[in-house]
Ligand binder design. Structure first.
Ligand code: GAR
Length: 186
């Protein structure tokens, strides 16, 4: 199988990155992670890039992030970009350059609860179900075509932290499933 050359963008703890790395150990997984880019120096996720000897770059310059990212992406001949807890909004220009090639994971059942502070808003709204969504990125926030959604019931008295943990367990399955699904569709 010819595997696609992937770059993972992160900003934080990198547990989704870790789950994708695990999947890449499967011979039939359709991508190889050629590069990890973090926009935060302190992102814990960088640890996984180091641990698994994946090349990584930290780009903290806010205005030039995309400029530098583009350079590395071209150098590494990247074919797919996976946003995994990447908390910076990409410009329309950047998204257009990679139309259909940028994927994101969001901790809600989109189109519900786009944006930040998702778990608190889900709890306040007394939703009966929540989950996660993997989708293509378009010019609008948390808006592109949906690839996979996974849902769980919300038990009464669940704290924000408990909800976050449960949704993240789902996310770790959903991201790799979505990557496989995109491959099977193309
Ligand atoms: C994940 O829950 C992801 O859905 C969320 O950030 C977390 C990152 O966790 N992303 C967003 O909210 C983007 N809108 P991780 O760094 O451990 O993968």
């Amino acid at each position: 199988m010819v595997k696609k050359r992937a770059c993972i963008f992160i900003s934080g703890s990198g547990t989704n990155l870790r789950s994708i790395i695990k999947s890449t150990r499967d011979y039939n997984f359709p991508i190889n992670i050629e590069l990890v880019i973090s926009n935060k120096k302190t992102a814990k996720g960088i640890h996984y890039a180091k641990k698994f000897s994946i090349p990584y770059q930290t780009i903290t310059n806010k205005t030039k992030f995309e400029h530098f990212a583009l350079r590395f992406i071209r150098l590494k001949k990247i074919q797919i970009i996976c946003l995994a807890g990447f908390m910076k909004i990409l410009s329309k220009d950047f998204v257009r350059k990679f139309r259909g090639k940028i994927v994101n994971i969001h901790p809600s059942l989109l189109p519900k609860f786009k944006g930040l502070d998702t778990f608190n808003r889900v709890l306040r709204a007394k939703e009966k179900f929540t989950g996660c969504t993997v989708h293509f990125v378009d010019e609008k926030l948390d808006n592109g075509k949906i690839i996979i959604k996974k849902r769980i019931p919300i038990n009464k008295d669940l704290s924000n932290k408990m909800l976050k943990n449960s949704v993240q367990v789902l996310e770790h399955k959903a991201y790799s499933e979505a990557i496989r699904k995109i491959h099977n569709l193309s």
